[in-house]
Design a binder for this molecule. Structure first.
Ligand SMILES: CC(C)(COP(=O)(O)OP(=O)(O)OC[C@H]1O[C@@H](n2cnc3c(N)ncnc32)[C@H](O)[C@@H]1OP(=O)(O)O)[C@@H](O)C(=O)NCCC(=O)NCCS
Length: 145
């Protein structure tokens, strides 16, 4: 059974190699995760645990007038099992709990699986950042509750 729990510093070592695999050529470093977790007031990070193994994670930033999905990932062996949808739903719940009606995110223009996940949760494309990801466009997607 896969459970969702708050991300803690001791999960980072397990996350980094999977992050490198999923987000090459621009993965977050361990330092980036440490920095996110240090911002206690504005960040909400979750891990998906299968026993003690980290098989997914996601993070939200609570800006003054909107929330932003900072990152979202499911380990390859657990993809397409509904875990991405669970993580995203948990972030949207947290955004609502914090009184945020608008949630935004950025996704690569060529990342169709992620775009479909977001579209199924009510996100629509608001704009394009040309060449944002080393020459690949970034889509800004937004959801208003
Ligand atoms: C995007 C990602 C988080 C989705 O996680 P997941 O656990 O596989 O997603 P789910 O099983 O919850 O799927 C939910 C929906 O997402 C879409 N989806 C997920 N994987 C897909 C795929 N390979 N192709 C097309 N649609 C896909 C579908 O709409 C799916 O619903 P369905 O299965 O009923 O058709 C996962 O593919 C991932 O980690 N990718 C690499 C990292 C990444 O791109 N992160 C997002 C950065 S913005």
């Amino acid at each position: 059974m896969v459970t969702l729990e708050p991300m803690r510093w001791w999960h980072i070592d397990a996350i980094v190699p999977v992050e490198a695999q999923l987000f090459a050529p621009e993965p977050w470093s361990a330092r980036a995760f440490w920095s996110e977790l240090a911002q206690l007031q504005t960040r909400h990070y979750l891990v998906a645990l299968d026993g003690t193994a980290v098989v997914g994670w996601a993070g939200l930033c609570d800006y003054p007038d909107e929330a932003f999905v900072q990152t979202m990932a499911v380990a390859p062996a657990h993809q397409r099992t509904g875990l991405g949808a669970r993580l995203l739903a948990a972030l949207l719940e947290e955004a609502a709990r914090r009184g945020q009606r608008t949630v935004s995110l950025e996704v690569r223009a060529d990342n169709e699986p992620a775009q479909r996940l977001y579209a199924r949760h009510g996100f629509t494309r608001l704009g394009v950042r040309k060449g944002y990801y080393r020459g690949v466009d970034g889509w800004v997607m937004t959801r208003r509750a």
